[in-house]
Write a protein that binds this ligand. Structure first.
Ligand SMILES: [Cu+2]
Length: 458
């Protein structure tokens, strides 16, 4: 029920925002466009009526109830047995049984009350990253509140004055608690639409973990050697694909809370625009087409594009060590080593012995996948999974955007069969037609490059 007090609160908020806007070109001036006229009743934003809900692949959205016009949420910080990908589980810390926590979704102008119950063995807090609120609700342990002790329930309350993509995370013993998984995404939809509504809207949290092969607990003390790189807590092949129909407007919200790493996220098949950061909407005049966006740790980047190119498109971090799973790092360089004589002698003592890495790491996943090589218990092969045409040699921070014509469901449509053709072995006829000789290499050019001949004339 909407009370006169709610209306007054909102009027007060509107006036405050106006003052901010007048004083500076502040990052949130653009987003404080919620106007509540004197007689206008305040209604908490409703899915379907006020916004199209965001999707959190491999995750969920936090449910709420409405009490006296306020949206009430409940987060429970607790230990969670979490599967990173088939074959690897870890004892992590998360919220409401999930790693990472469920996405908190609201609408600009919504008043929210968030209860946080601590079921961990350690004190904790929750910080609402990027959300503009009063200092006492900021969730920084020691600075803006005392920590929530194990067994206690604290309450946070504020009105969302902005829209965009934000995050939440522990702000107590940050290294340990974020390293154990205590984080999630916040999506706030605009109350009045200034831009076309996306048809598909995805929230993806990027994070990094160190889990030694065979161990079950992430090691939050690690500084450099992160061996599990995740999107929404999953390493490929554990990541769910993003599904869209050809022609739809797709929005991808990326948030990064990795301990030590920024992630350049690259999307195949498209040029997208970066439309928002956690600071606000990027003015149209400042947007530029990109194929890779750097998501710094402690930041969100929101991308949009029209999905007009059907296919199976890789989306992944472009740091090559970030698309490897465990055991891909810190091993001796064996490239080019001829080990067959050595292996023949060792196998007389250790029949299962095999030297690896002479031609790189691409084969390791398939050796393990085929049962030819055994992986340690509770571990992931360094790379990938079986694909439609061959083994996919990427793991970690890798997922697939699947764009299909005319689909009526967002379930996994399977692998793409490209009607326009696929790279394949060249035929002898093609090779001779085009004068290609694999042994001798390119023939002398019929038409020398301009500039080269000019060089010779002098
Ligand atoms: Cu990365």
């Amino acid at each position: 029920m909407t009370t006169r007090r709610d209306a007054l609160k909102l009027t007060g908020f509107g006036a405050g925002a106006l003052a901010f806007g007048a004083g500076s070109a502040s990052a949130y001036a653009h987003s404080t466009t919620v106007s509540h006229g004197a007689g206008e009743a305040y209604r908490p934003g409703e899915p379907g009526r006020d916004y199209r809900p965001v999707e959190t692949p491999n995750g969920s959205t936090l449910p709420y109830t409405v009490k006296g016009g306020v949206k009430v949420f409940h987060l429970i910080a607790e230990e969670v047995e979490h599967e990173f990908a088939p074959g690897l589980t870890g004892l992590c810390w998360g919220y409401n049984g999930d790693v990472h926590g469920p996405t908190i979704e609201a609408v600009e102008g919504d008043r929210v009350r968030i209860y946080v119950t601590n079921r961990l063995i350690a004190p904790t807090t929750v910080h609402w990253h990027g959300v503009i609120l009063n200092s006492g609700m900021d969730g920084v342990g020691g600075l803006s509140q005392r920590a929530i002790r194990p067994g206690e329930t604290f309450v946070y309350e504020w009105t969302f004055r902005q829209h965009g993509t934000f995050m939440y995370h522990s702000h107590h013993d940050e290294m340990t608690q974020m390293g154990m998984g205590l984080m999630g995404m916040i999506v706030v939809h605009p109350r009045r639409l200034a831009e076309p509504l996306p048809d598909r809207d995805f929230a993806l949290q990027l994070s990094t973990w160190m889990i030694r092969p065979g161990a079950r607990r992430p090691d939050p003390n690690e500084m450099s050697d992160f061996n599990i790189l995740t999107i929404n807590g999953k390493a490929y092949p554990g990541t769910a694909p993003l599904i869209a129909r050809t022609g739809q407007r797709v929005r991808i919200r990326l948030g990064n809370l990795s301990a030590m790493h920024h992630h350049p996220i690259h999307l195949h098949g498209y040029a997208f625009e970066e439309v928002m950061t956690d600071g606000g909407v990027i003015p149209k005049s400042a947007r530029r087409p990109e194929t890779t966006t750097l998501v710094p740790t402690g930041a969100t980047r929101t991308l949009e594009f029209i999905a007009n190119n059907p296919g199976d498109w890789a989306m992944h971090c472009h740091m090559t060590h970030h698309v490897m799973n465990q055991m891909g790092h810190g091993i001796p360089n064996m490239i080019g080593v001829e080990a067959s004589g050595f292996d023949a002698r060792v196998t007389s003592l250790l029949p299962a012995y095999m030297t690896m890495g002479q031609d790189g790491m691409g084969e390791m996943g398939s050796h393990i996948g085929s049962g030819h090589m055994r992986a340690p218990a509770n571990s992931l092969p360094m790379v990938g999974a079986e694909g439609p045409h061959d083994y996919i040699t990427m793991g970690g921070m890798f997922t697939i955007l699947k764009v299909r014509d005319g689909i009526t469901s967002y379930g996994d449509p399977g692998w793409y069969r490209d009607p326009l053709g696929m790279a394949r072995p060249a035929t002898a006829e093609e090779l001779s037609r085009d004068g290609i000789n694999a042994r001798t290499g390119p023939a002398a050019p019929e038409h020398p490059m301009p500039g080269m001949s000019a060089e010779h004339e002098h």
